[in-house]
Design a protein around this ligand. Structure first.
Ligand code: ZN
Length: 134
């Protein structure tokens, strides 16, 4: 895996969280995007090589809604950039990690993504992401 691509933070309200994080970081949200596969609205702030991703649930059955219900707002996942997500998923499966998706799915910000089960990673939800070249 390469660098930390982004850190995902679950929030109840995207608009007020955007302005909070813009103030905190002295940076601007460059993109807001709806992700159908997770039923979330996301926003991104670039921080050097990495990003902060804010996530707000768009329906009660969204993974973000369930997360907030259980744990409250806070850090939801850490995403690592990979060159070849299929290869990386196979590598992790071979090592005994449980990958949550059979196939990579379309994530926000033009990425193919996949999650690793937090029970295998000391409670941290790990996302793999690969940029989609077009
Ligand atoms: Zn993410």
């Amino acid at each position: 895996m390469n660098k930390i691509e982004h850190i995902g933070i679950a929030v109840r309200d995207l608009a007020s969280s955007n302005s909070l994080y813009e103030k905190l970081l002295g940076a601007t949200v460059y993109k807001e995007e709806y992700v159908e596969s997770e039923s979330v609205m996301t926003s991104f702030i670039q921080m050097g090589e990495s990003k902060i991703e804010l996530l707000q649930a768009c329906s009660p059955d969204s993974p973000i809604a369930k997360f907030i219900e259980k744990k409250g707002e806070g850090i939801h996942h850490i995403a690592f950039e990979v060159k070849d997500i299929h290869m990386e998923m196979a590598r992790l499966r071979n090592l005994g990690f449980h990958v949550l998706n059979e196939q990579p799915k379309k994530g926000a910000d033009n990425k193919l993504i996949c999650f690793v089960h937090p029970k295998d990673t000391r409670g941290v939800l790990i996302e793999l992401c690969q940029s989609i070249q077009d």
